[in-house]
Design a protein around this ligand. Structure first.
Ligand SMILES: [Fe+2]
Length: 214
């Protein structure tokens, strides 16, 4: 079967981050590429079932299983792109005072520090997944969410502004499993606040353009 490559892995130049080693990133890029490949592969297999214009009764179990996996693979691909896309060499610190993100955080949480305490708290939750700060495109409000694996807990239509991978593979070469707080500090030491700001201004359309541009 020839896999139609609907999606291609994006390239990210992230060497030299603070507290997240190049070795970790190399491993992580490979994992990300695996999600892109699996997304393409699933699409191809499902298209195979649909070739004759119908799902035969005996095809239903395999078709269902593959279709259920789409959420895992698609989100595995997309969330890694958001994650790598909100890191940069020379980034870090807190969101620049007076910019849109801290303003939105203040409006939603009272104070920026409260937003950050919540986001960090979500990142420290036990389990394998992601901490994501979303913006509701309807009223502009920010909220922090825990995502189990890649697909459980995402809010449809909300815009991911800041995405932090807290699967152990994101830091295991640099920190012990119990040292996730150190990794979270390292994450904040490299955040690309300009990228976050661009997502905030543009909403969902800008985010999808960012993906398409890669
Ligand atoms: Fe990851």
């Amino acid at each position: 079967m020839i896999i139609e490559r609907v999606y291609r892995p994006r390239q990210f130049d992230l060497s030299g981050l603070k507290g997240i080693s190049d070795r970790t990133l190399e491993t992580h890029f490979k994992l990300y590429e695996g999600y892109v490949e699996q997304t393409n592969l699933l699409g191809e297999k499902i298209a195979g079932f649909l070739k004759d214009g119908k799902i035969d009764h005996e095809e239903m179990p395999a078709y269902s299983e593959l279709t259920r996996r789409l959420g895992f693979e698609y989100n595995g691909m997309v969330l890694h792109e958001y994650y790598f896309g909100n890191l940069k060499r020379g980034g870090g610190g807190d969101a620049p005072a007076g910019s849109g993100f801290p303003r939105a955080a203040e409006e939603s949480f009272g104070r920026y520090e409260i937003w950050k305490a919540d986001f960090v708290g979500v990142g420290k939750m036990r389990g394998v997944g992601w901490a994501i700060c979303y913006q509701d495109p309807v009223n502009g409000r920010l909220s922090n969410h825990w995502i189990t694996l890649h697909e459980v807990g995402n809010v449809s239509g909300f815009t991911p502004l800041l995405v932090m991978d807290v699967w152990e593979h994101a830091y295991l070469l640099d920190y012990k499993p119990a040292e996730r707080p150190k990794y979270i500090d390292a994450f904040f030491a490299n955040v690309d606040w300009q990228a976050v700001e661009a997502r905030l201004r543009g909403g969902p359309r800008e985010a999808s353009q960012e993906r398409a541009a890669g």
